[in-house]
Design a protein. Structure first.
Length: 107
């Protein structure tokens, strides 16, 4: 087991270390079955500041959940998509969506 893996006290903690940021799960949700540009992601999350969105995207990329493709054009064009590793989160994201729908109907 790597040093990073031995720092967790339970599997849920390990999962949350990757997707527990303020906007990480939302970013991953929007990238399910879509490749999106930065501006498209920002439009879908209008409450996220540029700084916060950029930080969350960088962390997701560093952890291997998303990939970033930069096109050499002016103005710069950057696209984000899920990696194969990121796609393994589909069942978790679907379950979160279902739970959220149920919660919203109760309140």
């Amino acid at each position: 087991m790597s040093e990073k893996c031995t720092n967790f006290t339970c599997p849920v903690e390990a999962t949350l270390s990757l997707i527990g940021g303020k906007y990480k799960a939302i970013i991953l949700w929007h990238l399910m079955n879509h490749t999106l540009r930065y501006s498209e992601l920002h439009k879908r999350m209008p409450n996220a500041t540029d700084k916060m969105l950029t930080q969350q995207l960088r962390e997701l990329e560093k952890d291997g959940l998303i990939s970033r493709k930069v096109y050499p054009v002016v103005p710069p064009k950057t696209e984000y998509s899920l990696t194969d590793f990121g796609k393994t989160l589909f069942p978790i994201l679907d379950a979160m969506c279902d739970w959220g729908k149920d919660y919203l109907t109760r309140t």
